[in-house]
Design a protein around this ligand. Structure first.
Ligand code: UTP
Length: 297
């Protein structure tokens, strides 16, 4: 069933402190993953799922983000003059990708606060939230399935990933009940970054959400939680506990490839995994990688 949702919100206003000093003057969402900034993968994913109206929540250093999706007349003219149409196409592709809008967050007071900044633009319709540093491999399907579930259940939908219990304390973690669909669970509770050993399950929330507009009222009254930030997880916990607000919360369990490019180790893995499968880079990278790994202790 094709979804009639049109809007995606991409929060990209975090400080990216795990990546300092690289992110001192540049948003982490602009870090290149092979040859594209992380954020472009995310915008491409939204567009592929039919969400062409994209609102980016930006913070300090927003210029690099805006410029990436804007025209660069001088560069275009130079490539045109050289007759380098392949590169020109790449440049134009990111310019024409989506109908992009920007709003600033001011102070980065948390993901919930960032999402609340989208209220005016989103209005009274369901919308998707895609975190700007979280990449879903485009060979795997997630967002389309979440949009379909939103339409069928008229509820709030979050993406879940089975993680090793030893890392559950780094995520929002869900308490769930099964549904009649293998990859869908009903969420009865959510806790942000539970203390080690106390996570209610190994199902962690990852950076994709399909929300109903009622979430804004909840966010408006959500007090700062973990880390003194307004947490989206806390608002979702309220929605999970009271179905009358927005139809309850369901999780789509994702079993594909996902890269958290805001984490240094995952960032390196993302580049290697994506590059080995590329036609232009894979043939050169694979044999080198095998030799390199063979020489490791
Ligand atoms: P993270 O918690 O990974 O971002 O937020 P961070 O705070 O920038 O990371 P570190 O821990 O300091 O390295 C997940 C997503 O939410 C956005 C981030 O930009 C990222 O895409 N975010 C987070 C906001 O837009 N605003 C915020 O106040 C916080």
């Amino acid at each position: 069933m094709p979804s009639n949702l049109t809007k995606a919100v991409i929060p990209a206003a975090g400080l990216g402190t795990r990546f300092l000093p690289a992110t001192k003057a540049m948003p982490k969402e602009m870090l290149p993953v092979v040859d594209k900034p992380a954020i472009q993968y995310v915008v491409e994913e939204a567009v592929k799922a039919g969400l062409k109206d994209v609102l980016m929540i930006t913070g300090r250093n927003k210029t690099a983000l805006e410029n990436h999706f804007d025209r660069v007349a001088e560069l275009e003219a130079t490539l045109e003059k050289k007759g380098d149409h392949e590169k020109l196409e790449k440049v134009n592709f990111s310019t024409d990708l989506a109908d992009l809008h920007y709003v600033r967050q001011g102070d980065p007071k948390g993901l919930g606060h960032a999402v609340l900044r989208a209220k005016m633009h989103v209005g009274d319709e369901p919308f998707a939230v895609l975190l700007g540093d979280d990449i879903i491999d485009d060979r795997d399907v997630l967002l389309e399935r979440m949009l379909e579930q939103q339409q069928t259940r008229n509820a709030t939908i979050v993406a879940l990933l089975e993680v090793d219990p030893s890392v559950a304390h780094m995520y929002g973690v869900a308490t769930v009940e099964p549904t009649d669909e293998d990859d869908v669970v009903k969420i009865t509770g959510l806790v942000e970054k539970p203390a080690k050993g106390t996570a209610p399950s190994n199902l962690a929330v990852i950076g994709r959400y399909v929300l109903r507009p009622e979430v804004f009222e909840v966010l408006e009254r959500t007090e700062p939680g973990k880390g003194g930030e307004i947490q989206l997880t806390d608002a979702l916990q309220e929605l999970a506990g009271d179905e009358s607000i927005a139809g309850g919360v369901y999780g789509v369990v994702f079993r594909g490839r996902r890269y958290d490019t805001g984490d240094r180790l995952d960032y390196i893995k993302a580049i290697v995994q994506l590059a080995v499968d590329r036609e232009d880079l894979g043939p050169g990278l694979r044999p080198w990688l095998k030799d390199f790994v063979g020489e490791l202790d």
